[in-house]
Design a binder for this molecule. Structure first.
Ligand SMILES: [Cu+2]
Length: 158
């Protein structure tokens, strides 16, 4: 079978690139232990309201950690609990969220905070709020008839 020279070069490049990428991925996953962030902490979705810290949703001051506050959210169809939060300006906040039913989104509009909230998993993201103002939290995964009503609000205050 005759294969054109350029075709051969292209095939060799493609197959080589595939093996390079698979090797990088394999070393990263199995040697360095890298995994998607949402797979690290699991929770029983039937017992969210009885499981710490989700038994007390809201903002909690913490000591001796890299962040100042933990902001715990229980997400369900069709609401965020808490529905409104006040955060002091300059505070570093660790968001912790889980779902009690279906997949929801958790986006703090205008920031990098954007998570997929899956039942059975705890999602976390740490962010420092340097500017005062209001931030809208919304669900960006279609979750049912009340999806558009799902919002919460962060107010960063002095
Ligand atoms: Cu939704």
């Amino acid at each position: 079978m005759h294969i054109h020279k350029f075709e051969k070069i292209w095939l060799i490049l493609g197959v080589t690139a595939l093996f390079v990428f698979l090797t990088v991925l394999g070393v990263s996953a199995f040697y360095d232990g890298n995994q998607p962030a949402s797979c690290l902490v699991t929770i029983d979705p039937e017992k969210v309201t009885e499981t710490k810290p989700f038994d007390k949703p809201g903002l909690h001051k913490v000591e001796g950690k890299e962040w100042d506050y933990e902001l715990v959210f229980v997400v369900s169809a069709f609401k965020f609990d808490p529905g409104e939060v006040q955060i002091p300006k300059g505070a570093t906040v660790k968001f912790m969220a889980t779902s009690t039913d279906v997949v929801h989104g958790f986006e703090v509009a205008g920031t990098n905070v954007n998570m997929m909230i899956e039942p059975g998993y705890v999602n976390e993201y740490t962010k420092t709020f340097d500017k005062t103002g209001e931030y809208l939290i919304l669900c960006n995964e279609y979750c049912g008839t009340g999806h558009a009503m799902m919002t919460s609000k962060i107010e960063v205050v002095n």
